[in-house]
Design a protein around this ligand. Sequence first.
Ligand code: CTP
Ligand code: MG
Length: 230
Amino acid sequence: MSGFHALIPAAGSGSRMRSARPKQYLELNGLPVIAHTLAALSRDARVDRLVVVLSPDDMEWDSHDWSAWQDRLLVLRCGGATRAETVLNGLGAMAEWCVADDWVLVHDAARPCLPGDALARLLDEAAQDAVGGLLAVPVADTLKRADAEFRVEATVPRTGLWQAQTPQMFRHGVLRDALRAAGADMTDEASAIEQRGLRPRLVECDSRNLKVTYPQDLRLASLILEHLND
Ligand code: CTP
Ligand code: MG
């Protein structure tokens, strides 16, 4: 049977957060953001490894206590200049011990509020799929396309539109080939898979699985975490 490994890109600087430290280390309900991310992923016993990919310049990882996850945790310091490069470098290092058919769940370090039931659904549904899949949310708001003067040029029908989240779950070999071919600018793994002519499955999640991007997101994440497992 194929294994399930989580790959957590954590080599970003968090520029939109405008904080002195990378956002994955900012305090959230008493712990670094990424500690909540690791806790959420490790709550499902099927996820057998947590592979964290740091920047080679990371100054902070070693100053925290990660012993709660030490049996499953593998830390790599091979992050790249873009998220796609970080993921590709991580996949390269994983190739030493995982096989091409193993499933890799790529999950942003900055998504600390991943609900356990959504993770379970992804593992159930994507593993039954020939390609794999990703968590995503159907778009709720009416969408506008803007011109250069910030005036509405058109209303875009939202039917069939989804917002991509993570985890995004694909087989190690297929994902590595797809990212190698796609180049460094892909903002998610599914885009690279789509460029190969494959069609990832969408598994429904909700807005609790937010990516902490702007300063106000931290407060929201704090409130979500307080009630996540109610
Ligand atoms: N990431 C990474 N390597 C990079 C860039 C991003 O591993 N070179 C990771 C981030 O650490 C984060 C995830 O990819 O966990 C999602 O990216 P994003 O939210 O864009 O994080 P940052 O790039 O750190 O933030 P910003 O774009 O605001 O600078
Ligand atoms: Mg970024």
